[in-house]
Design a protein around this ligand. Structure first.
Ligand SMILES: Nc1ncnc2c1ncn2[C@@H]1O[C@H](COP(=O)(O)OP(=O)(O)OP(=O)(O)O)[C@@H](O)[C@H]1O
Ligand SMILES: [Mg+2]
Length: 221
C-alpha cells in the first residue's frame, strides 16, 4: 500500500532537486523540494502505523475482502472474558468458532464467558473433555460446545450431532483440527497461546465474520 506513494515521492524529490539546480534556487525549485521532503517524512511516519506494521503499537490488524485478522494481549482471564463479551452480540445461528491452542491455553474459559454473555441467567459451563459436547439454550440460540481432543475418528463427530449443530446452532469447537476437511471454511478462528502468566490471542474472521468483526472493530480492545 505504501510502496506506490514512496516511489512517487522519490520521483518528486529528484524532480524538485533538478528544478532547484535548473532554476538556480528559484522559489519554485525550493518550494517543490520542501513539499517533497514533507511528503517523504509523512509517508515514513504513516508506514510505521500501517495496519500490521512491525513497529505499530496498536494490535495487528490485516483486512482483506473476506478475512479480518487481529492480535491481542490477554494478561489475565478477565481479559479473555472481556473479549468474549464483545463478540457475543455478533453471534448468529449457523456460526462456528474454532478455538485453537495448546492444553490449558484458555479455550474453555473463552467459551464459558461467551455462553454467559448471551441471554439467560448464569450457566455452569464445564469443560466437555469427557462428554465431548455440551449444549446450552441461550435466548434464540442453541450453543453446542465441543471438545474434540479425544475424538478418535472424524466420523464420530457426526454421531455427536455436528450436522445439526452446524445447521441450526452456534458451534464452539475446541481442537477443531480433529474435524479435518469437515471444519467449515466460513468461521471465526480464535487461537490462544501462553505468554508469561497471561495469553496472546489471534482472531481471524473468515467469510461473513470478516465484515462482522470489521463493524465491531471500534469496540474491540
Ligand atoms: N488470559 C488468561 N490469562 C491467564 N490465565 C488464563 C487466561 N485465560 C484462561 N486462563 C486460565 O488458564 C487455565 C486453563 O484454561 P482452560 O481450561 O480454559 O484451557 P483450555 O484451553 O480449555 O484447556 P484444554 O486444552 O485442556 O481444554 C485456567 O486456569 C484459566 O483460568
Ligand atoms: Mg478446554
Amino acid at each position: 500500500m505504501i510502496a506506490a506513494p514512496w516511489r512517487r515521492c522519490r520521483q518528486l524529490l529528484l524532480f524538485g532537486t533538478w528544478l532547484r539546480h535548473r532554476f538556480d534556487a528559484t522559489w519554485m525549485g525550493c518550494f517543490s523540494t520542501v513539499a517533497c521532503w514533507a511528503w517523504f517524512f509523512g509517508a515514513a511516519v504513516l508506514s510505521r502505523c500501517e495496519p500490521g506494521g512491525a513497529t505499530c503499537t496498536t494490535p495487528t490488524m490485516v483486512q482483506g475482502a473476506d478475512t479480518f485478522r487481529r492480535a491481542y494481549d490477554l494478561p489475565a482471564e478477565a481479559a479473555t472474558a472481556a473479549l468474549a463479551r464483545l463478540l457475543a452480540p455478533a453471534l448468529q445461528k449457523g456460526d462456528v468458532i474454532a478455538l485453537q491452542g495448546d492444553l490449558g491455553a484458555g479455550k474453555t474459559s473463552f467459551a464459558r464467558a461467551l455462553i454467559n454473555s448471551l441471554e439467560g441467567g448464569p450457566e455452569e459451563v464445564p469443560s466437555p473433555t469427557f462428554t465431548l459436547v455440551q449444549t446450552y439454550q441461550r435466548g434464540a440460540l442453541e450453543i453446542w460446545h465441543f471438545d474434540l481432543y479425544r475424538l478418535e475418528d472424524q466420523e464420530e463427530a457426526w454421531e455427536l450431532g455436528l450436522e445439526e449443530a452446524l445447521a441450526e446452532g452456534v458451534s464452539l469447537i475446541e481442537w477443531p483440527d480433529r474435524l479435518g476437511s469437515a471444519l467449515p471454511a466460513e468461521r471465526l478462528d480464535l487461537t490462544l497461546h501462553h505468554s508469561g502468566e497471561g495469553r496472546k490471542a489471534e482472531l481471524v474472521g473468515r467469510g461473513s465474520w470478516a465484515g462482522r468483526l470489521a463493524a465491531l472493530q471500534e469496540e474491540l480492545p
